[in-house]
Design a protein around this ligand. Sequence first.
Ligand code: PAF
Length: 279
Amino acid sequence: MIICKTIQEIRDSVDKLTSTGGQIGFVPTMGALHKGHISLIEQSKKTCKVTVCSIFVNPNQFNDKGDLARYPRTPEADIKMLEDAGCDIVFMPSVEEIYPKDDTRVFDFGVIDKVLDGAHRPGHFNGVAQVVSRLFDIVKPNKAFFGLKDYQQVLVIKKMVEQLHFNIEIVACDILREPDGLAMSSRNTLLSAEERKAASLIPKLMQEAKMLSKSVPLADVKNKLLAEVSTNPLLKADYIEFCNADTLQTITDINAQKTICLAAIFSGKIRLIDNLFIN
Ligand code: PAF
């Protein structure tokens, strides 16, 4: 596996490996890799000749500086996992390489970047759009692979691709879960044993939402789930919402539309997100 730190290095490496043609698959990450990321690498390898992974903890998408400082960084273990998975190139740039000067671009994706995490983490999706568009410009992939745990991020990136006219296919890949159902996330490694145990309620809430919503009004389901969260002193709900899966508009009646339940819940100081289609 080729390890690149600079834009020049990654461009040269991609050109070399695609000199006889073939598609470039791209998996952007912030490192602290887990099996969920590796499943994206595997998806890319199935259809692309060259698979590139980036590891870059993007300061522009953290509205909370404490969260940025806490974000796990495990570069050696990441390189080993990528090598074992057969990734061709890893791009590990510095902040200066990605942002030689401040990125002042302001994106507007309508409702999609204003609600849920957009409302609770101001500036987050603007930072995601800044870095992903920059990485797309550098790597120039044919396909890019993203996990559906970050459901809203996938919609934002699809909109960004449309707005900026990138000729890149966005491939959304299923959530990978731990044996107790918790969605895999780099942030899980930050949980204490007690917080980890408490967090296992989150996927159960998603399943409960799916089951109850068949017969109970969504507003009542939401109140029941919020009440359950509040019984555990380690947990605090940032939001639990039922939304139209395409527009992310809040809905009250699941019959008419494709509905997704999305939640952001703190276990201790660690903010975890999850989602589940409920019809
Ligand atoms: O999902 C992530 O890890 C990040 O938001 C991404 C897409 C790599 C952009 O920094």
